[in-house]
Ligand binder design. Structure first.
Ligand code: SF4
Length: 393
C-alpha cells in the first residue's frame, strides 16, 4: 500500500512534484556546461530518454554565462525544467549573471559547500525570482560543524554511523528552517540527503519523511557502475518508494567510458515500472529455463520479442496509446507456460521438448497452435495484429 506523499506541491518549471503528482525522474549532464552545444544536446537526449527534470553544473562564470544560450537552444525543442547545481560560489554567480537566476527553474544548494552568507543570498535570489530550491546535502560534503557537534554530544551512546545519519538529517532540516526564515515557503523547498551506502540512505530518508513534510528528492549518490550500481540504487530506492517516500529521484550511475548518459534514466524507468508505479514499455514475462527445456529456443524467442519492442516502441507509443501496459508471456514448457500466458494479454508457451510447436494464448484463452520452423515470425505477426486491434484509436 503506497502512503500519501508530501502534501506540498513544488512547481519546477513545467513539472510539479509532491502532492498527488507522479514521481518525477531526474538526471544530470556530464558535459562542461560552458560547452553550450554539447550540454544542450545532452539535455535534449536525457529528456528524450525520459528525464523529466535535468540538472546542470554551474561552477564558474563561464557556466553561468552559458545558461541563457543553453536554454535558448533547448526551448526550441523541449520544455524540460532545468536546475542549476551550485556549490561554493552560487551566490556570486547568480548575482553576476541575473539572467541565469531568472531562467533556471530551480537552484540546488549544498549547505555543506555554501557558507551562511552564500546560502542566505541564494535563498534571497530564489525568493526574488520565485524559484524553488533543493537543499541537497551529500555525505561527501556534509557540514563538519554539525557532524562535530553531534559527535561530541553522542560519542558515548551512539555509533559513528548513527551520528553521521543524524548529522545528515540535521543539516537538511536546519537548512530548510533557515530557508523558510528567509521567506521561502514549503512549496519552494525540496530536500535530499544523499549518501553512498544503501542502509544509510534508507535511514536518512525514512527519518526525513518522519520528521518533516518537505518534498523529497531521493538518490543513492555515487552508486557505482554497471550491475552493481544498478542493483544498489534499485534496492535502496525501491524500499523508500514502496513506503511512499520520495517525490522525485535520480539514479546516479558511473557511465562506462563512451557509454550513453541516458542509461541512468532507463534504469529509473525500470525501477518505477517494476514497482508498478508507472509503465513505460510492454512487460515481457519470460521463463528462466530449467531442466525441462531441451534447447535454447525459448531464450531466442524472448530475445526476439524484446528486440521487437525496442525497435517498435517509439512508433507504437505514438500510434497505440496505452501500449506500455501490455503484458506478454514467453514461456518454456507446460508447467507454468499456459498459466502465465493466460495471466498476460498475450502469451506463447513452448512444449519444453522439441521446438517446432507452441500454443498461443490471447486475453486469457487459447488462440491457436503454431507449428514449423517459423514460430517466431508467426508469433510476432499475431502480436502486431493483437496490438493493432487492442490499442486502436
Ligand atoms: S516454465 Fe517450464 S521450462 Fe520454464 S522454468 Fe518453468 S518449469 Fe522450467
Amino acid at each position: 500500500m503506497i502512503k500519501q506523499r508530501t502534501s506540498h506541491t513544488v512547481n519546477i518549471g513545467t513539472i510539479s512534484i509532491g502532492g498527488n503528482f507522479p514521481i518525477a525522474i531526474q538526471s544530470m549532464t556530464n558535459t562542461p556546461t560552458e560547452n553550450v552545444k554539447e550540454t544542450s544536446q545532452q539535455i535534449l537526449d536525457l529528456n528524450a530518454a525520459g528525464a523529466q527534470i535535468v540538472r546542470i553544473t554551474i561552477n564558474d562564470i563561464k557556466a553561468a554565462l552559458a545558461v541563457p544560450k543553453i536554454i535558448e537552444i533547448v526551448r526550441k525543442k523541449s520544455s524540460v525544467p532545468l536546475v542549476g547545481d551550485f556549490h561554493f560560489n552560487g551566490n556570486l554567480l547568480l548575482q553576476k549573471v541575473p539572467e541565469c537566476a531568472q531562467l533556471l527553474d530551480k537552484y540546488r544548494i549544498n549547505p555543506g559547500n555554501a557558507d551562511n552568507k552564500n546560502f542566505r543570498e541564494m535563498c534571497e535570489i530564489a525568493l526574488k525570482n520565485q524559484k524553488p530550491i533543493r537543499i541537497g546535502v551529500n555525505s561527501g560534503s556534509l557540514d563538519q560543524k554539525i557532524l562535530n557537534k553531534l559527535t561530541e554530544k553522542n560519542i558515548k551512546t551512539k555509533s559513528s554511523e548513527e551520528i553521521f545519519v543524524e548529522a545528515m538529517i540535521a543539516s537538511c532540516l536546519t537548512s530548510a528552517k533557515l530557508a523558510e526564515s528567509i521567506g521561502l515557503n514549503k512549496n519552494q523547498i525540496v530536500l535530499s540527503g544523499k549518501v553512498s551506502q544503501t542502509q544509510q540512505m534508507i535511514a536518512v530518508y525514512e527519518a526525513l519523511a518522519q520528521k518533516s513534510d518537505y518534498a523529497l528528492h531521493l538518490g543513492l549518490t555515487e552508486a557505482g557502475s554497471g550491475e552493481s550500481g544498478i542493483i544498489q540504487s534499485t534496492s535502496a530506492l525501491s524500499i523508500l518508494l514502496q513506503q511512499g517516500i520520495g517525490d522525485t529521484f535520480r539514479v546516479s550511475l558511473t557511465p562506462t567510458p563512451k557509454s550513453s548518459r541516458t542509461k541512468e534514466v532507463e534504469v529509473a524507468q525500470m525501477i518505477l515500472q517494476s514497482l508498478e508505479l508507472k509503465h513505460f514499455r510492454p512487460k515481457v514475462i519470460s521463463c528462466p529455463g530449467c531442466g525441462r527445456t531441451s534447447g535454447d529456443y525459448f531464450q531466442k524467442l524472448t530475445q526476439c520479442v524484446n528486440k521487437k519492442i525496442d525497435q517498435e516502441l517509439t512508433r507504437w507509443k505514438t500510434k497505440y496509446p496505452g501500449i506500455e501496459n501490455l503484458k506478454i508471456a514467453v514461456m518454456g514448457c507446460v508447467v507454468n507456460g499456459p498459466g502465465e500466458s493466460t495471466h498476460c494479454d498475450i502469451g506463447i508457451s513452448l512444449p519444453g521438448r522439441g521446438e517446432n510447436f507452441a500454443v498461443v494464448f490471447q486475453d486469457g484463452k487459447k488462440l491457436c497452435n503454431l507449428k514449423g520452423n517459423d514460430i517466431e515470425e508467426k508469433f510476432l505477426k499475431i502480436l502486431e495484429d493483437y496490438i493493432k486491434e487492442k490499442y486502436k484509436d
